[in-house]
Ligand binder design. Structure first.
Ligand SMILES: Cc1cc2nc3c(=O)[nH]c(=O)nc-3n(C[C@H](O)[C@H](O)[C@H](O)COP(=O)(O)OP(=O)(O)OC[C@H]3O[C@@H](n4cnc5c(N)ncnc54)[C@H](O)[C@@H]3O)c2cc1C
Length: 434
């Protein structure tokens, strides 16, 4: 009987457990996590923060689902891996043997490197415990400063506003999420935030968090302004939690390096999810994602390979359906290039692949709040951003992922002022007639 040990009970760890159990009815599965709340939806935390859902709705699994998987759940922190001995060591010193090990430890928010970062009231949004903590602080706070970029910063801004806090949003540059959105899309988001009463401070950097009696009392900006607040929320990116791999001499780069079977540099150790750095056939590079879908897919592939069912992980063009300032937004494939000054690591809900292909030609149409942007290669659609009306997001996702030949409409798309939405919709319906 094989013993599978899985470190991390997030999307990747659970998907791996399911894949193993589907192919190995008798193997022993141990699922270890240092999160007292176990398995829950991290993207859902934003909706819990705004009050749109209650805590119960974060948990996708019932006790019965866990029983069906027939696994042993352990709440503990793993401190070390001993690859040659095939053992892991807990922070208590206790050791457990394994035959196959999966590291699915996710990613953690990067801390701000400014004086005052340790004050009570400086928060991040990584876990359910973080969210509960923020909700507690909000009860006693009047105003908040949010620093950072990407989806998480915006979720924090929206959470604070939804709870009626005066909300200041600091952007280092002159627009929001500049390595994924284009200038017009950033404007749409910023405009909506301002309409909701958020005060955006452009070209603004945090110099110091000021405290009183150990608690946040305000911030000082690099250009010398003082802003009073009781909460400072930091969302400047995440970093893969790869320490366990580093200390056991597995090969690491930005994340834990894995081959197409999600195997690390040690034969019996696999990695999946936010912590893994996987080969991307689209760009020829090895990349990290911070996306729920790929975490699940990687976990499933890892689980199958751990159970002896040789299965390569086939990485598709990553996509994310999210909400930016209450506007549903789908981001598919390659959509931009360059870096974002507001982020030190990858953002949650982001993929490095979105910035990997520099030669794409962009065509764009903005109408009212809805916006559609297409990024074209010679024969294929490389990426798309759909904001607002989502009618086209499914066809566009399929056109990108299935690498549909778009030669018949390419020239029309590139005409100035082309009705992009109609062209894509007609093309899609023609494809399905033939
Ligand atoms: C606020 C927020 C918003 C997001 N929004 C989106 C979105 O819009 N779209 C999207 O696709 N994705 C989004 N994401 C990202 C998505 O949730 C992650 O990509 C996904 O959860 C990754 O799953 P994972 O299993 O790799 O890691 P995680 O879900 O992070 O799980 C890691 C697990 O490992 C455990 N662990 C770590 N170290 C140890 C240790 N030493 N010992 C024991 N246990 C350990 C942790 O406790 C945890 O259980 C968001 C995430 C957050 C936090």
């Amino acid at each position: 009987m094989r013993r599978y040990v899985i470190i991390g009970s997030g999307a990747a760890g659970i998907a791996a457990s399911e894949a193993i159990r589907n192919h190995d009815a008798s193997g022993e599965i141990l699922l270890i996590t240092d999160d007292p709340h176990g398995y829950y939806s991290r993207p859902g935390l934003a909706y819990y923060l705004t009050g749109e859902i209650d805590e119960r709705m974060l948990f996708p699994f019932s006790e019965q689902d866990f029983r069906r998987l027939n696994l042993r759940r352990i709440t503990a922190q793993v401190a070390r891996i001993h690859p040659e001995a095939h053992r892991i060591e807990m922070h208590t010193g206790a050791q457990l043997p394994y035959d196959r090990l999966l590291i699915a430890t996710g990613a953690a928010a990067v801390r701000a490197d400014v004086p005052g970062s340790d004050l009570a009231g400086v928060v991040k949004l990584d876990s359910l415990e973080d969210t509960r903590h923020i909700l507690n602080l909000i009860r006693r706070a009047r105003s908040a400063v949010v620093v950072g970029g990407g989806i998480t910063a915006l979720e924090l801004v929206e959470g604070m506003r939804a709870r009626n806090l005066r909300t200041h949003y600091f952007l280092r540059g002159d627009r929001y999420w500049s390595n994924v959105l284009d200038a017009a899309e950033s404007k749409i988001v910023e405009h909506r935030l301002q309409e909701e009463g958020v005060q955006i401070h452009y070209n603004t950097e945090l110099a110091e968090i000021l405290g009183k009696n150990g608690r946040v009392a305000g911030v000082r900006t690099k250009d010398g302004r003082l802003i009073e607040c009781q909460i400072v929320a930091i969302a400047i990116g995440v970093q893969p939690r790869k320490q366990l791999a580093q200390t056991s001499d597995l090969k690491v780069d930005k994340g834990i390096l894995v081959d197409q079977y999600m195997r690390t540099s040690h034969e019996d150790i696999f990695a999946a999810g936010d912590v893994a750095q996987v080969y991307d056939p689209l760009s020829g590079k090895s990349v990290v994602d911070s996306l729920w879908g790929p975490a699940r897919d990687q976990g499933s592939a890892a689980g199958l390979n751990m159970a002896g069912i040789t299965t390569p992980y086939s990485r598709l063009a990553p996509f994310n359906v999210t909400r930016l300032a209450h506007l549903t937004t789908t981001i598919i494939g390659t959509v931009n290039k360059g870096r974002d000054d507001d982020l030190l690591g990858i953002a949650r809900g982001d993929s490095e692949t979105w910035r990997n292909l520099p030669d794409a030609i962009a065509a764009q149409a903005n109408f009212d709040v809805n916006s559609l942007r297409l990024l074209l290669g010679k024969q294929h659609l490389l990426g798309a951003v759909v904001m607002g009306d989502q009618t086209l997001s499914r066809p566009l996702t399929r056109i990108v992922i299935e690498r549909v030949d778009i030669t018949p409409i390419r020239e029309q798309i590139l005409q100035p002022g082309a009705p992009l939405g109609d062209l894509v919709a007609d093309f899609w319906s023609q494809l399905h007639k033939s």
